[in-house]
Design a protein around this ligand. Structure first.
Ligand SMILES: *Cc1c(COP(=O)(O)O)cnc(C)c1O
Length: 476
């Protein structure tokens, strides 16, 4: 993958195309477009990092140069490419070391699978119906799907699913199935749902109602119930978060179901569970609400490259077999059935997932989940000891705290920020040593930001609750 790397941290000593003279980022900052149907567009995202629209900003890229006639003899081209790749690799190692903000497990070893790089493995079509294209990995895909169906308690002959390209594709699929089951259904999603949910609403032109959230980030079922009662004439399609992106909040699935039933929606609802983040962690957390098809849910999706860890984005989608028929079409050209969002599908991804599931199994994941939760508590406690307000939801490994004042620091640790808060998602690749090094640096930097009465950290009580905020006002 040659292209814009965009982190601006590499200097290959190459000439970079100068920007056009009239270029001034501040002049072309525009507000994000607001959707006419009231869907999407996160409120309150801070203005500090400017999002530039309407112009491709090439921070730095590896230009493609046409080979010279004598390149083959001199070997210059090969040497040039090798040096670019070597430096790129070095920067990846450095960037991997300082990564805390995204929920990716960067710790894995798939060396044994290098031998498969020479094959164009593609699982286009239905995982359960072999197509005419023989270079596929359905054997692995179905094995992985069986494992997940068992995890979420759906019988082999009652489930359907596939390995997706990412958690977003799972959401696009789950919500589409819901829409096909209830064509006039209204989509309900908490305002802290992932942006892909609102994207689905726009793509499918669905009516979408945003539901309020509690301080923890969980869906507010009182608000949900009130909104259901205003729309009793239409079925409900609900996105339930098994871990929200920013605060790692887990929606109370049982309370969502109860709210639906109490509001008179018995048999007129479809629940999609967005487990992109914690879908694979929840089963191993004591006291966590159980995600299971024994409850009236329609589909669950999870990202494969987050907690599991995988060199390419991927995900898993599991749903009820009887629902997929609402979606699928036969395709003569493939000699298979089309019920997925994408056409060609990455046939390598299922093998990576298969490999990790075999290696770690339930027990391995359980251990890793416990380690993540332990380390997340460690981070939260140490932040608070240092006088930094922080929140950690009970079932989560996402630690939320004040947005560091310095963008350079944010970039260095690749923290994800929203408004006045930032978070660290503690994944298996985040060790105590890494957290210590981050904490020490943060405490040191804060002394320069706020020392000698130079100013005060912002109050973030409205984001993390009065009891967690340690600003001047809430400290006591
Ligand atoms: C990451 C995430 C997604 C999207 O997953 P991708 O694999 O990045 O497409 C969806 N929902 C939640 C809650 C997430 O955290």
């Amino acid at each position: 993958m040659v292209g814009s790397v965009g982190n601006g941290l590499m200097d290959l000593g190459e000439k970079v195309e100068p920007l056009p003279e009239e270029f001034d980022p501040k002049e072309i900052v525009e507000p994000l477009p607001t959707e006419s149907n009231g869907v999407g567009g996160e409120e309150g995202s801070g203005k500090r990092r400017e999002i530039v629209l309407g112009r491709n900003v090439h921070t730095m890229c590896f230009t493609i140069k046409e080979p010279d006639a004598d390149d083959e003899e001199t070997g210059e081209r090969e040497a040039y490419m090798a040096s670019v790749l070597a430096r790129y690799r070095k920067s990846l190692i450095e960037r991997t070391k300082h990564h805390l903000g995204y929920p990716y497990n960067l710790d894995f070893d798939y060396g044994a699978l290098a031998q498969l790089q020479h094959f164009s493995i593609n699982n286009l079509g239905d995982p359960f119906i072999e197509s005419n294209y023989g270079v596929h990995s359905r054997q692995f895909e179905v094995g992985v799907l069986d494992w997940f169906a068992r995890l979420w308690e759906l019988e082999k002959n009652e489930y359907w699913g596939y390995i997706t390209n990412c958690g977003t594709e799972g959401n696009l699929h789950g919500i589409l199935v819901g829409r096909e089951v209830f064509p006039d259904g209204i989509l309900y999603a908490s305002r802290e749902s992932h942006y892909s949910v609102f994207k689905a609403a726009r793509m499918y032109r669905m009516e979408c109602i945003k539901v309020g959230t509690l301080v923890s980030g969980e869906i507010d079922c009182a608000d949900f119930g009130a909104k259901l009662l205003q729309n009793k004439d239409k079925p409900a399609i609900i996105n339930v978060n098994i871990g929200t992106t920013v605060k790692g909040a887990v929606d109370d699935l049982d309370l969502v179901i109860k709210t639906l039933e109490d509001s008179g929606f018995r048999d007129r609802f479809y629940i999609h569970c967005d487990g992109a983040l914690f879908g694979l962690m929840m089963p191993f957390v004591k006291r966590a609400p159980k995600v299971t098809f024994k409850k009236p849910i329609g589909s669950v999706s999870v990202s494969g490259h987050k907690f599991v860890g995988c060199p390419m984005p991927c995900g898993v989608q599991i749903l009820r077999l009887n629902h997929v028929n609402a979606l699928s079409r036969n395709v003569e050209y493939l000699a298979s059935r089309d019920a997925t969002i994408m056409g060609s599908r990455n046939g390598h991804a299922p093998i990576f997932l298969w490999y990790t599931l075999n290696r770690k199994g339930y027990r391995g994941f359980q251990k890793e989940v416990q380690k993540c939760l332990r380390n997340a508590h460690y981070l939260k406690d140490r932040l608070k000891e240092a006088g930094i307000g922080a929140m950690l939801n009970e079932l989560s490994s996402t630690v939320v705290f004040e947005r560091p004042r310095d963008e350079e620091f944010v970039r260095r640790w690749q923290l994800a920020c929203q408004g006045s808060i930032a978070h660290v998602v503690v994944m298996p690749s985040v060790s105590i040593e890494k957290l210590d090094s981050f904490l020490n640096e943060l405490v040191e930097k804060r002394a320069t930001w706020y020392g000698d009465g130079k100013g005060r950290p912002q109050c973030i009580a409205s984001d993390i609750g009065d009891e967690n905020c340690l600003c001047g006002f809430h400290k006591n």
